[in-house]
Design a protein around this ligand. Structure first.
Ligand code: EPZ
Length: 421
């Protein structure tokens, strides 16, 4: 298991390119199951989660051709409608093969993903949506057994919470259902619109993505298409927060302020300068303090839960006190005790953390607990005096492409070291 050694206290300067969004690529790749023609994707990040999903798609009979960041996916025929536990448990997004398999093959057997470090993350909204669309669903030995012998039928789906996964999953399956599906209280995240763009290019009839009500009129079949994956807003925001914590100026190519939603305003209030330029966004903070600013996480366009950990690291070096309230996942403060090892002053009470900013943090060995939490330790480590050693780097390799190289290219003293343990 690799570690990352960081010598903090250096400002970041230069430019780097934001990769394609993991959370878009993982859904758009699954869309290949909806057609027997080739789906070509460009700007696909080379990440452990993407490689894991390729293994699952191959298990269903998909032919995969990867050339750099281009992927050709051809599901000429589906050779298996079972998604085994061993694959699904490693990466939750693989549960989203259920809907496309059900829509195309009229049956699927997909392992339940199980728990997760950041919360229980049930899939009850997904299952209720498919039942409303006429599927019969049973849970047996940890697997969801779904059948729709006469095909899925359009339905009105009113989600109890604007779940990203449930909205995307229902939208994908509804493209091949008979009649109209309306998803109310739909998620509005940019990755969902990216998926809708790809499905439309494949011939799907979808309207309203990016709003709280999405309408899908089912079609008989979808065709192949070529689609470019949208830039990763979480990677973009994470590098911006790294500049906030360490100081300096970065030009983030392919970054887009509209992808940040309300977080763009919050980051400016926290002392960052964000300027949209041709082909990207310039992010800077020099001389000025980081201003402690309260946030509450919420579905898009609210402050993303996937920024919360990195933002806590930024607030650890703020000029006052900030409260951070997490309301999307119930257990997403596992980074707090690790940040405290660097000297951060954080008090967690239920779903709210109070962070009293300090002028200096001090490097220490810390342990990554999940993907975004790992990035928060790096953000803090870049601002801290001395060496921070982040272990369990595999979490980062799931979601941040060439992270060590990218940081090195803008002057950060970071180095990947092989763990001898
Ligand atoms: C997606 O997860 C992302 N994952 C997450 O990113 C992200 O944090 C999350 O959306 C919120 O933005 C991918 O896109 C692969 P949800 P998802 O369904 O779809 C509850 C990362 O680090 N819920 O919007 O699983 C759920 O428990 C990851 O890249 C139900 O109760 O999130 C949570 O409290 C982490 N029942 C809330 O809704 C359901 O059936 C929002 O979850 C579904 C969800």
């Amino acid at each position: 298991m690799d570690k990352l050694a960081i010598i903090g206290g250096r400002e970041l300067y230069g430019e780097l390119e934001i990769s394609g969004a993991k959370n878009s690529a993982l859904k758009v790749m699954v869309a290949c199951l909806l057609t027997d023609e080739t789906l070509t994707l460009t700007n696909v990040p080379n990440l452990a989660d993407v490689r894991q999903l390729i293994v699952l798609l191959e298990n269903h009979g998909v032919e995969v051709d990867r050339q750099g960041s281009r992927l050709d996916l051809t599901a000429g025929s589906i050779t298996s409608t079972t998604a085994p536990y061993d694959i699904v448990r490693k990466m939750r997004a693989s549960f989203n093969v259920l809907g496309p398999l059900l829509a195309r093959e009229r049956q699927a057997k997909v392992s339940l993903p199980g728990g997760c470090a950041i919360g229980a993350r049930p899939v009850n909204f997904h299952i209720a949506a498919f039942e409303a669309m006429g599927a019969t669903i049973e849970i047996e030995e940890g697997y969801v057994l779904a059948e729709a012998p006469d095909g899925l039928k359009g339905a009105i789906i009113d989600l109890p919470f604007p779940s990203v996964g449930a909205t995307e999953h229902t939208m994908m399956a509804a493209t091949l259902a008979e009649g109209r599906t309306v998803i109310k209280n739909a998620a509005r995240e940019p990755e969902l619109s990216d998926l809708a763009d790809c499905l439309r290019a494949m011939g799907a009839k979808i309207e309203g993505d990016g709003t709280s009500e999405i309408t899908i009129d089912g079609v008989q079949q979808l065709s192949g298409a070529t689609h470019d994956i949208v830039a990763d807003r979480i990677e973009f925001g994470s590098y911006a927060m790294a500049v906030g914590a360490a100081g300096g100026e970065l030009f983030l190519r392919r970054g887009r302020l509209d992808l940040l939603g309300d977080a763009a305003t919050t980051l400016r209030e926290a002392g960052l300068t964000l300027e949209e330029e041709d082909g990207g966004v310039r992010v800077s903070r020099w001389g000025k303090p980081t201003i402690s600013t309260n946030i509450t996480t919420a579905p898009f366009p609210g402050f993303p839960t996937d920024f919360q950990a990195q933002y806590m690291a930024l607030m650890a070096v703020g000029n006052g006190t900030a409260t951070i309230t997490e309301q999307v996942f119930e257990n997403r403060f596992m980074h707090a005790p690790e940040l405290m090892r660097l000297g951060a002053d954080i008090e967690v009470d239920g779903q709210t953390a109070t962070v009293r900013g300090k002028t200096t943090l001090k490097g220490a060995p810390v342990m990554a607990t999940d993907l975004r939490a790992s990035m928060s330790l790096i953000v803090a480590g870049l601002a801290a005096e001395g060496q921070t050693m982040v272990s369990r780097l595999y979490h980062l390799d799931r979601g941040f492409e060439r992270l060590d190289e990218k940081f090195q290219s803008v002057g950060a003293l970071v180095e990947r070291v092989k763990d001898e343990e």
